[in-house]
Design a protein around this ligand. Structure first.
Ligand code: NAD
Length: 419
């Protein structure tokens, strides 16, 4: 998030600069990727339940359509701001290039705390936001998806609003929808599944057995919750987990199934602070990030692994399930310490890969079995992991720089081919 001088957009631009320099690219070949193609700010009037009208601020940024339609999630959070949305859109362009799917990058967001709104208010907000960004989105131009505090239900509302304006069903305008209205099997779990695939691979490379590997996860939402469950199924010990209300630690491993069951509640997510756990203790967020674990998986927001966390980090591996969780300065410290960091644009790409599968299924009016989706996802993730590893090896650099170089090369090539 912005604050304390941290600006995620400036950070991503300086990583692009570094990657371009390492590749020896001329300015003409990469400068356009430091500027989003379009930035839209919208004001969204919403009739609240008490009949008053409240105006919300929203954004949609299209970073690049060079390799295909722009693609990226929509975030509902009180800290959403233009620089954050620009950074998130840029990461999407690079992420889609790393996993080599024919998409560019975009992102959207509304400055709102969705917990303060009733379900009907949230629905009106979503439908009015869709109307405001309608000139930009479309199945061949810009396809939204879920992000922080948005999920299947909200994607269904967006699809419905867009379809109403178009006068016909347009399922492929958005991904991450409920399965009953064109969602893909396996999409809900895809980001966490991708994180699990990558974590297992990186553990192998680091010479740490998957069974018994100690994992700490910040954030137990869609990305972090699924990764926790799947890594536990693989035999890992999830020693620490958190949400905005609390962080829990158990040296012997937490009971993830029980925690996730509790979190679900009766449709309304419950805070970890009120979870009545049998064994373990409460710790601070800083203690979670620096606890005695083999792998840290930040799965919440940007700017979490900062300089102080990096200096005190005990994990040997960081797998970035969140977008932009590590600051540039922290990244430099982790490199010095020899910590292996799998960058967001590779580690959390499972979501957009299965979003792409969903769009393909919608466009062809077919449905794939979940097994097929998961198998295809694994293939794409492993190929991308190996491509990044190879690029990083060739240039004797980090996985982050390897991933950025791989993506930038692909982007620059397409840009050149398009004249
Ligand atoms: P979510 O809303 O489902 O969950 C976010 C979780 O993080 C919640 O449990 C929340 O309580 C927790 N959280 C927020 N701030 C925190 C803090 N300071 N400390 C501890 N916990 C905190 O969101 P999500 O979809 O899981 O997204 C999480 C991250 O993963 C984001 O960076 C998002 O951009 C990224 N991501 C998500 C997807 C996806 O498909 N959902 C895909 C790629 C990347």
């Amino acid at each position: 998030m912005a604050g304390n001088g941290y600006n995620p957009y400036e950070e991503v631009v300086s990583v692009i600069e570094k990657a371009a320099a390492m590749l020896g690219l001329g300015e003409n070949e990469y400068k356009m990727f430091e500027y989003p193609e379009r930035e839209l700010k919208v004001s969204i009037p919403v009739e609240m339940d008490d009949k008053s009208i409240k105006i919300f601020e929203g954004y949609r940024v299209q970073h690049s359509s060079c390799r295909g339609p722009c693609k990226g999630g929509i975030r509902y959070h009180p800290d959403v701001n233009l620089d954050e949305v620009k950074a998130l859109a840029t990461w999407m362009t690079f992420k889609c290039a790393v996993v080599n799917i024919p998409y560019g990058g975009a992102k959207g967001g509304i400055k709102v705390n969705p917990r303060e709104l009733s379900k009907e208010e949230l629905k009106r907000l979503t439908k009015n936001y869709t109307a405001r960004i309608l000139p930009l989105i479309g199945p061949d131009s810009d396809i939204p998806a879920p992000d922080v505090n948005t999920g299947e239900e909200i994607m269904g509302w967006i699809m419905d609003a867009y379809s109403m304006y178009k006068g016909q069903n347009v399922f492929s305008v958005v991904t991450g929808k409920p399965v009953e209205i064109g969602g893909s099997l396996g999409r809900r779990e895809a980001t966490g599944r991708g994180v699990t695939i990558i974590t297992k691979e990186v553990l192998k490379r680091a010479g740490i057995p998957v069974k018994g590997a100690r994992i700490a996860i910040q954030g137990i939402g869609n990305a972090g919750g699924v990764a926790a469950q799947q890594l536990e199924n693989e035999g890992c010990k999830i020693v620490a987990i958190s949400d905005t209300s609390a962080s829990l630690y158990n040296d012997e491993g937490l009971d993830i199934e029980d925690i996730l069951e509790y979190k679900k509640g009766n449709g309304v997510k419950r805070p970890l602070s009120e979870y009545n756990f049998r064994a373990g203790k409460r710790i601070s967020d800083f203690e979670l990030l620096t606890c005695d674990a083999d792998v840290l998986i930040p799965a919440a927001l940007e700017n979490q692994v900062n300089e102080r966390v990096a200096r005190n980090l005990k994990a040997k591996v960081v797998v970035e399930a969140a977008n932009g969780p590590t600051t540039l300065e922290a990244d430099r410290i982790l490199e010095e310490k020899g910590v292996m960091v799998v960058p967001d644009i590779l580690a959390n790409a499972g979501g957009v890969v299965v979003s792409y599968f969903e769009w393909v299924q919608n466009n062809q009016a077919i449905t794939w079995e979940e097994e097929e989706v998961n198998h295809k996802l694994e293939k794409v993730m492993l190929k991308a992991f190996n491509d990044v590893l190879k690029k990083a090896g060739e240039k004797n650099t980090t996985l982050r720089m390897g991933a950025y170089m791989l993506a930038l090369e692909r982007l620059a090539k397409v840009n050149k081919l398009r004249g």
